[in-house]
Ligand binder design. Structure first.
Ligand code: BES
Ligand code: MN
Ligand code: MN
Length: 460
């Protein structure tokens, strides 16, 4: 693997300038006015994949944003890796909190700053460039690869499941590889073996049939914002547990082995609280912070609005109030069942003085990959070579809904080989990817492709 690794070193500057181009495209999937940029990004990615030597490059239109597919199948008899990632990004707002413009990649303090640098353009690019290095030096890859890159991950991957169902043969592989998560800490490589699921819900509370003067009417009606606040504040009890009946029914318990392993990880609650600017932590009683984030279900209010929110004061008793609520789920909770329980509970507790409408927006299931599976063992060997250290094993609190579909529809386990950092500011201003992780990630990727056949062949 000397030649491809030397190729990486020789091409550092060009790699970074190409990444600048990719990160300059505002492929914001949630905003309809950016649909053209999302399409442009799909084209950029497919042109790039063709340029680095991949074959069969296709752009599949969907009812939402396009899915890009490409492959290299020149290693008959060798395993096939299905690499998944997303080229869409979150909106950059609030833009004025960025130190440098979100779509102008800037390198500072050894970090690559831009929207999408870590989540997920920078991480998919790592694999594009390791593939390029292998193809340009050896003229071949040690395994077959198929790439599938979607433009709707940040909005719930609505059209991807249908695509996977329809193209089972095209996507046939031995293992899925995803780099869309973080390492445990800077310089502490890790392999993620679990993700949480999600149920995302919007509540609309209606009081009077129009906005009213808060002086003339205040005191005579239930203010919908007040009613909504009462509903939300009742969703947790004093022990930080979610009060929805049945919410915990299907939760898979942490094993003693997991609890012991998490307790040994280098973690400090006080540093964590300090780094986030809070004076103390909160959460479900009886569990440690890492357990709460990785392996326990939670409920968060993501946004709440209504009435007058402009500058200055306007006295009004509003007609409506809204909230967006997400629940992070763990095996074996089912997103659709949790959404139903939530809706039923809200209807039950809603005061009769207001009307409440509850809508499920999107969801996804939690996923666990066995840590002794061949792909995970190959990834551990690759990290040891790429980073010069053995990886830790961890779970993550975030969600990648397609992971469970890959298991259920294609029978494939996923290796989550993330190169981000826990403080990378994903979905927030000043998102970054460590420059060091960017290049070590490419080395790790080269080693992963090279190691994989040894581990997969062990199987039979
Ligand atoms: N890359 C994240 C998922 C992630 C976050 C994995 C943190 C590991 C740690 C992904 O882009 C994401 O943001 N997913 C959404 C999914 C949702 C829109 C269905 C999430 O987790 O909120
Ligand atoms: Mn992502
Ligand atoms: Mn994301």
């Amino acid at each position: 693997m000397k030649q491809p690794l030397a190729y990486l070193d020789r091409n550092r500057d060009r790699y970074l300038s190409e990444l600048t181009e990719l990160l300059a495209i505002p492929s914001i999937s949630t905003a309809p006015e950016y649909a053209g940029d999302v399409r442009h990004c799909a084209r950029w990615v497919s042109d790039h994949l063709r340029g680095i030597g991949l074959n069969n490059v296709q752009i599949h239109q969907t009812e939402g944003h396009p899915i890009v597919y490409a492959d290299w199948m020149g290693a008959p008899g060798k395993p096939t890796v299905l690499l998944y990632g997303h080229y869409d990004v979150q909106p950059p707002e609030p833009v004025d909190l960025w130190t440098s413009p979100p779509f102008e990649m800037t390198i500072r303090n050894g970090n690559i700053y831009a929207r999408g640098s870590a989540d997920d353009k920078g991480q998919i690019f790592i694999h594009f460039k390791s593939i390029e290095a292998l193809l340009r030096t050896h003229g071949s890859l040690p395994v077959n690869v198929k790439l599938i890159l979607e433009g709707e991950e940040e909005i719930g991957s609505e059209h991807l499941e249908g695509f996977v169902r329809k193209h089972k043969k095209l996507l046939k592989a031995d293992i899925v590889l995803i780099s869309d998560s973080s390492m445990f800490a800077r310089g502490v490589p890790s392999i993620c073996y679990g993700l949480r699921g999600l149920a995302y819900i919007q509540i609309e509370v209606t009081g009077p049939n129009k906005d009213l003067h808060s002086g003339s009417f205040g005191g005579s009606l239930h203010n919908p914002i007040q009613a909504l606040a009462e509903i939300i504040s009742g969703l947790h009890d004093r022990n930080g547990r979610v009060t929805i009946p049945g919410f915990y029914d299907d939760v898979r318990r942490l094993t003693q082995t997991e609890r012991r392993a998490y307790a040994k990880l280098p973690w400090d609650d006080r540093n964590y609280a300090r780094s986030l600017g809070v004076s103390g932590l909160a959460g479900e009683k009886g569990f440690t912070t890492l357990e709460r984030i990785w392996a326990r279900p939670t409920l968060e209010c993501n946004g709440i609005w209504g009435g007058f929110t402009g500058e200055g004061a306007k006295t009004v008793l509003p007609s409506k109030a809204y909230a967006k609520i997400s629940m992070r789920l763990v095996p074996d909770q089912k997103s659709s069942r949790i959404a139903k329980l939530f809706i039923r509970h809200i209807r039950e507790i809603a005061p009769r003085t207001v009307r409440v409408q509850v809508n499920a927006l999107h969801g996804g299931e939690a996923a666990i990959t066995p840590i002794d599976s061949p792909g995970v063992r190959a990834a551990a060997a690759a990290i040891e070579k790429g980073f010069g250290k053995k990886p830790l094993f961890q779970r993550e609190g975030g969600s990648i809904p397609i992971v469970i579909q890959f298991k259920q529809l294609l029978g494939l386990d996923t290796v989550l080989l993330g190169f981000g950092l826990p403080d990378e500011n994903a979905h927030a201003p000043d998102e970054f990817l460590s420059l060091d992780h960017f290049f070590k990630g490419m080395k790790t990727s080269i080693h992963f492709l090279n190691e994989l056949p040894k581990f997969l062949n062990d199987r039979d």
